[in-house]
Design a protein around this ligand. Structure first.
Ligand SMILES: CC(C)(COP(=O)(O)OP(=O)(O)OC[C@H]1O[C@@H](n2cnc3c(N)ncnc32)[C@H](O)[C@@H]1OP(=O)(O)O)[C@@H](O)C(=O)NCCC(=O)NCCS
Length: 259
C-alpha cells in the first residue's frame, strides 16, 4: 500500500510498539476491538473494507513483545476515508476555493487503543500517521472527525494534536434511545483553513455590517411606507455553520460509551 509506514517506539521495558497497515489477518481482532470500544455495531462489510484497503485507509499498532507471544496482534487502530471537500459537511469551514474545487479531506472513521496500552502515546502516533499521509495528498485540505461530547480522553487528545474544535452538534448521536451531542474537530492542512486571518475577519465583519445596515434600512423604509414588504430571506452569510449534519444513529442495547 502506498501509505505504508513503520515506526518503532519503546514505551516501556516490555512494550515494543510497531505501526503498520491493517491486513486481512487482523479481521477478528479488529472486530473485537471495535465491539469492545464503541456503542455501534459496524457492518461486517466495514471490517472487510478496512482489512482489504477498499476505500478505507488504516494503520494498526502491534506490540512485538506481548507476553502471550502474539506479537503481531493489533492493540490499536485508526481507520479513515478520503472524501471530496465539496460533498462534505464541513465545506463551510474551509476556504471557499477548497470547497468549490476537487479538493479532498481525510475523515477519521474510528480510532482506538486497547485498554492496557492507553496513555502511552499510541493514539497520538496513529493520528500523526493520518496527518502525515494527508499531507502527501496535494488536494487534501484537512483531516476531520466527530467525537461524542463526553469523551474527554479523545477530546484532550485531538486538542493536543492541534485539531480545532469548530462546532458542537446538538443531538448528533442517538444511542440507547438517548441523544448525545458531538464535537466536530478539524486539523487544517496548508491552504485549507477557514477565513480567520485579520484581513479576512475584517472582510467578514464588513459583510455583516453591510447586511445589518441593509436590513435596518429596509425596516425603516417599511415602517415609513406602512406597506407590507417581502424581503428575500437573509442568508447567514459568513456564519460558519455546516450546510448539513450527518446524524449518527446507534443501535439499542449497545455496550460501551466512546464514539
Ligand atoms: C481516546 C484513545 C484513542 C486515546 O488513546 P491513547 O493511546 O491512550 O492516547 P495517547 O496516549 O496518545 O494520549 C492520551 C492523552 O490523553 C490524556 N488523557 C487520558 N485520559 C484522560 C482523561 N480522562 N481526560 C483528559 N485527558 C486524558 C493522557 O494523559 C494523554 O495525554 P498526555 O500525552 O498529554 O499525557 C483511547 O482512550 C481509546 O481507545 N478510547 C476508546 C475509544 C475511543 O474513545 N476512541 C475515540 C473515538 S473519537
Amino acid at each position: 500500500m502506498p501509505f505504508f509506514s513503520m515506526l518503532n517506539l519503546k514505551f516501556s521495558h516490555n512494550a515494543h510498539i510497531q505501526f503498520r497497515p491493517i491486513r486481512p489477518s487482523d479481521l477478528e481482532v479488529l472486530e473485537k476491538l471495535h465491539g469492545d470500544m464503541f456503542p455501534i455495531r459496524y457492518e461486517s462489510e466495514f471490517f472487510q473494507n478496512v482489512v482489504n484497503g477498499r476505500d478505507i485507509i488504516s494503520w494498526g499498532a502491534v506490540d512485538c513483545n506481548q507476553p502471550n507471544g502474539q506479537d503481531d496482534e493489533l492493540i490499536g487502530f485508526v481507520t479513515a476515508r478520503i472524501v471530496l471537500a465539496k460533498d462534505s459537511e464541513i465545506e463551510d469551514f474551509l476556504r471557499n476555493d477548497s470547497a468549490r474545487s476537487n479538493h479532498t479531506l481525510v475523515y477519521i472513521l474510528t480510532l482506538g487503543v486497547a485498554e492496557g496500552y492507553r496513555n502511552l502515546g499510541i493514539a497520538s502516533s496513529l493520528i500523526h500517521e493520518v496527518i502525515k499521509y494527508a499531507s502527501t495528498i496535494p488536494t487534501c485540505r484537512a483531516v476531520y472527525l466527530h467525537v461524542i461530547s463526553y469523551n474527554n480522553p479523545a477530546i484532550y487528545l485531538y486538542k493536543k494534536m492541534s485539531f480545532q474544535c469548530i462546532r458542537r452538534l446538538p443531538a448528533f448521536y442517538f444511542i440507547n434511545s438517548q441523544h448525545y451531542d458531538a464535537y466536530l474537530f478539524i486539523y487544517y492542512m496548508s491552504g485549507g483553513r477557514s477565513p480567520c486571518s485579520p484581513i479576512e475577519l475584517i472582510a467578514l465583519l464588513v459583510t455583516y455590517a453591510k447586511s445589518g445596515f441593509k436590513k435596518a434600512a429596509a425596516k425603516l423604509w417599511r415602517n415609513e411606507s406602512r406597506k407590507p414588504l417581502k424581503l428575500p430571506k437573509c442568508k447567514e452569510s459568513g456564519c460558519l455553520l455546516p450546510a448539513k449534519q450527518n446524524k449518527r444513529m446507534l443501535p439499542e442495547g449497545s455496550r460501551s460509551q466512546f464514539v
